[in-house]
Design a binder for this molecule. Structure first.
Ligand code: SF4
Length: 240
């Protein structure tokens, strides 16, 4: 793992040279906001999940109010994010479950737990997987945890950091002992790389800053320049 840790730090430096240090919200978003936003972000893009999150926040004055709302109302408000029946069920269930423990809804109790314990607690809620749980740890609890989505999983396999079949396996492998204080920049910049350069098909290896240290056997050197897209990164932009 030490070897991987060195490689991760090297990749992080190269990505910061290329993309810069990603901005963080200050103060960090509260864990419940991050959990709901991450549920909304499943299988859609950040623009749509951002709209759905704001629809919820604008329609209600607190998560306690959302917990009391009809599921059909939640479903209508988050429709833009897709999979609204499943997402509204997950959100309503998690808020009601939390309210059974305490009328004031909060995930602050997670502060007392280790990373693994906090992930186990969060994944007890229906509709919350390891990726969603690990986003709460990174974005709101400021833990040294790197969530693994499909982009992070693909790029780390191509680079040769892991050799895994699923994002969840990649997550447990790289997070056994993740280097201190770089998880946010590493995770965020790797997603940018995966979206803009190391795309699922025809990666733009010619312009990739990691080209020299990448093990991928099927590099693509067709002459394509990177298109400048507007970048919205949901979990660094959810309002409080
Ligand atoms: S060199 Fe190509 S395959 Fe390797 S990380 Fe960069 S874009 Fe992806």
């Amino acid at each position: 793992m030490k070897n991987n840790s060195n490689k991760i730090q090297k990749i992080n430096k190269i990505l910061i040279d290329h993309f810069g240090i990603p901005k963080r919200q200050n103060p960090l978003p509260n864990p419940l906001d991050t959990l709901v936003a991450t549920i909304l972000s499943q299988n859609t893009n950040d623009n749509n999940s951002y709209k759905a999150f704001n629809n919820l926040k604008n329609a209600f004055s607190s998560w306690e109010e959302v917990a009391q709302a009809k599921r059909s109302t939640i479903e209508r408000l988050i429709k833009v994010a897709g999979l609204a029946p499943a997402k509204s069920k997950a959100i309503k269930n998690l808020l009601v479950k939390l309210q059974n423990n305490s009328p004031k809804l909060s995930l602050d109790f997670l502060q007392e737990f280790s990373n693994e314990e906090a992930i186990n607690k969060l994944t007890e809620f229906g509709g919350v997987g390891v990726k969603t749980a690990s986003c709460v740890l990174l974005f709101s609890l400021n833990r040294d945890v790197c969530p693994v989505d499909t982009h992070v999983h693909r790029v780390l396999n191509r680079l040769g950091i892991v050799k895994t079949k699923t994002p969840e396996k990649t997550f447990w492998q790289i997070n056994q002992n993740f280097p201190d204080r770089i998880a946010h920049s590493f995770h965020t910049n790797l997603i940018l790389l995966g979206r803009e350069i190391c795309t699922p098909t025809k990666p733009k290896c010619k312009i990739c800053p990691l080209q020299k240290i990448c093990n991928y056997q099927e590099k693509n050197f067709e002459d394509k320049s990177s298109s400048a897209k507007k970048r919205i990164l949901l979990l660094d932009n959810i309002g409080i």
